[in-house]
Write a protein that binds this ligand. Sequence first.
Ligand code: SF4
Length: 369
Amino acid sequence: MVKIKRFIECLIPVTACNLKCSYCYVIQRDNRTLKIPDLDYPIEQIGRALSKDRFGGTCYFSICGAGETLMPKYIVDLVKEILKQGHLVNITTNGTLNDRFDELVKIDSDLLKRLNLSFSFHYLELKRTNKLDDFFNNINKIRKAGISFVLQLNLCDEYIPHIEEIKKICLEKVGAYPQIAATRKEINLKDNIELLTELSDDEYIKKGKEFKSPLFDFTIKNFNVKRKEFCYAGDWSFVLNLKTGLLSKCYGTGLSSNIFENPDKKIKFEAIGKNCKSRFCLNSSHFMSLGVIPTIETPTYGELRNRSEANWYQSEEIKSGLNSKLNESNAEYSKIKKIYVTTKYKIIFTAKNILRPIKNVGNIKKMHK
Ligand code: SF4
């Protein structure tokens, strides 16, 4: 029985991809530079930096590239190293790089029980590039190796005429409909965010509901809802850049430290409290379903994703870990501590806001010297 101690959302800043989906956030941001950056630290050092001892128990590392996560050659060794530390790992992938799946299934089967793959189903691009068969063959490959998986589709207008064929092929190949992710327009995240569709929101939601996807219902429910509750991000969850080792309390906080440089240095775990810096919880289906805001009742992470009727989650480790809540392995703060951290980070963020323009003027002056 696994219970997750901490959740770490990991970014690999690879922007290269072998597909070109119109709704991709990298393409929307015009950031398709096709880069596969090297890691700044040796993989063995990264492993030590992410040890169970340092993080206080079994954590869940969810790895996603800005482009295709499996592009870098080092990715399989890196994943293996994190699994060897005793953690659960998720990789989000477009499911098309056959060699990488061949490498993944060769990892020791005991480690593979703690691995989950989230296959993004880019249906029309897979058809255009003739990779649809590869995609489902790769799912079969990892399924045979005992690796858990999820199939998910980013709902957008170009898929709407194809909904019935998408449902049919998924039922046939993986035993269930894909889970649905709502696709947003990638604009300044401080502004009100819109769904990426020409339909009205109601029409878009109606289309999404055809897939009976708890993931879709949950993300829609939390879309654009500003979170004001006490959040344990910074203690129970983090955002980590796997290239640089910068660990941030959450998106947009500007509070980060390099945890790869000295793997023996203690990490300070402290929640940011009622100071969420995001317009809304951008990855609510990860953070909130794992329970970073314990006052909000949610389905578990696994309930949002696994199609249990089709056995997508295969191991007890993944089933129990991804259905656990963070407050099962972490004590909640006392009232006084909650007030203390909320006030502390309010002051820090206010000071940062005041100092930022002064710093910017300083930088401009330096540039003109
Ligand atoms: S509510 Fe805000 S601070 Fe908490 S996890 Fe979500 S985005 Fe991060």
